[in-house]
Design a protein around this ligand. Structure first.
Ligand code: F6P
Length: 195
């Protein structure tokens, strides 16, 4: 059986400051995670003849995967983080103060709420469809290095979680979720605390 390894990028400078979106580089802790992730992947996929590393087009995911060598890397725009539109680069606190109606609307229906000039979780789920089709087609392991909202949607698909739960699934940093698709269904293992 071929595993799919899901992980968020290493902690970014914006994660530290609580800012959403953007295209930041990694923090020191995030860099450490990138090294640990490469050790982990190397060990875990040692016996595999082929595998591939999928990232988004944002540098925090590309940087997180950069120490992993020996496997082809693919960048998917469809794996980019949810587009926060006019709120890109803000903290949740700033949104709450500057755009209270937007903040309240998102809180009320996080699944359907669409950021002005940005996306909703439903939009994200839709744009991930080609990625999911391609993932299911793969015969060798895939390491997916992506973002919080993206991984919530991907994980929910494989773990068969209801749509309304997607925006609320816990998806911590520096954690690897391994999904195995076997004949008896989907099995999951988690590896925590890499930094
Ligand atoms: O804070 C990191 C982040 O990836 C943001 O870029 C993104 O807007 C957010 O998480 C998505 O999580 P939530 O839907 O809970 O705001």
């Amino acid at each position: 059986p071929r595993p799919i390894l899901l992980t968020r990028h290493g902690e970014s400078a914006d994660n530290v400051r609580g800012r959403i979106g953007g295209d930041p580089v990694l923090s020191e802790a995030g860099e450490k995670y990138a090294s640990k992730l490469s050790d982990f992947v190397e060990k875990r996929l040692k016996t595999e003849r082929t595998a591939s590393i999928w990232t988004s087009t944002l540098q925090r995911t590309v940087l997180t995967g950069r120490h992993i060598v020996g496997f082809p890397k693919v960048q998917w725009r469809a794996l980019d983080e949810i587009n926060a539109g006019v709120c890109d680069g803000m903290t949740y606190e700033e949104i709450k103060i500057d755009m209270p109606e937007e903040y309240a609307a998102r809180k009320l229906d996080k699944l359907r709420y669409r950021y002005p000039r940005g996306e909703s979780y439903l939009d994200v789920i839709q744009r991930l469809e080609p990625v999911i089709i391609e993932l299911e087609r793969q015969r060798s392991p895939v390491v997916v290095i992506a973002h919080q909202a993206i991984l919530r949607a991907l994980y929910a698909y494989f773990a068969d979680k209801p749509l309304k739960e997607v925006p609320h699934i816990e998806m911590p940093l520096h954690t690897i979720i391994e999904i195995q698709m076997g004949v008896t269904g989907v099995q999951e293992k988690r590896f925590f605390k890499f930094s």
